[in-house]
Design a protein around this ligand. Structure first.
Ligand code: GDP
Ligand code: MG
Length: 231
């Protein structure tokens, strides 16, 4: 080995390993919860208010994969109306992963996923890694997209499909870590690893109605504690 080759080896060994960057774009119809999923992932927050995303917003998040592998995610939150916009190719340029989001209570949002898929495939030179997230799984009782329909779509297009709730945080971290691991050719998360990423179910305390309202609505068990209501 020449001296210069030996120097190169030392330099490579000493160089800090830069965290790998992965570009992930979230697409889907307006109001399915793309922004909420990203904000839950990045800031662990949720808002009930709907503020439509105009154009696209950009976020960054560093995550640790099993085996202490660090990855920097560059997230693009593509506004739901951009499917018909002229900038869509710019927003999706260079994406390593596209996450198609639908709302399990909104069948139209599911049906439109095939339009998103077709548009994205038509725009990008090489097909990136695709995944589907069915959001709002806290509203399972209002589910309007049948599971067999989802399974068929996923099988037809050879996609990975997961469920999450930006509202409760359920499965959000686990979904993303699982998808990134698969994208990098690492094994999918085990059940225990998924549980480690599972957010604790958040429960909202709703104050009990005032006394005069209680009397109007009839007999109510009198307790000092607030009414606890999981929404
Ligand atoms: N129940 C419930 N509501 C959600 C969830 N995610 C988002 N939302 C609500 O759905 C609406 C649209 O969310 P947003 O993230 O702005 O959707 P986007 O247009 O796809 O970015 C907002 O009022 C959110 O509060 C969820 O997981 N569960
Ligand atoms: Mg949005």
């Amino acid at each position: 080995m020449s001296d210069s080759e030996a120097d190169e080896d030392v330099a490579t060994a000493a160089a800090p390993t830069a965290a790998k960057e992965i570009r992930v774009a979230f697409v889907g119809e307006p109001s399915v919860g793309k922004t909420s999923l990203i904000r839950r992932l990045c800031y662990d927050e949720f808002s009930r208010q709907y503020v439509a995303t105009v154009g696209a917003d950009f976020y960054m998040k560093r995550i640790s994969l099993p085996g202490r592998k660090e990855v920097t995610l560059k997230l693009t939150d593509v506004g739901g109306l951009e499917l018909r916009g002229s900038m869509i190719d710019k927003y999706l340029f260079n994406a390593d992963m596209i996450i198609l989001v639908y709302d399990i209570t909104n069948p139209t949002s599911f049906d439109y996923m095939s339009n998103w898929l077709a548009i994205v495939l038509g725009l990008l030179e090489s097909a990136p890694f695709f995944a589907v997230i069915g959001n709002k799984c806290d509203l399972e009782h209002q589910r309007a997209v049948r599971l067999d329909k989802t399974n068929q779509f996923v099988a037809d297009h050879n996609l990975i499909s997961l469920l999450a709730s930006a509202k409760t945080g359920e499965s959000v971290d686990a979904c993303i870590v699982d998808l990134i691991s698969r994208h990098l050719g690492l094994p999918p998360l085990t059940k225990t690893q998924k549980e480690q990423h599972q957010a604790v179910l958040k429960v909202e305390l709703v104050p009990s109605p005032p006394e005069n309202v209680k009397r109007k609505i009839g007999h109510v068990h009198h307790t000092k504690s607030s009414v606890c209501c999981i929404q």
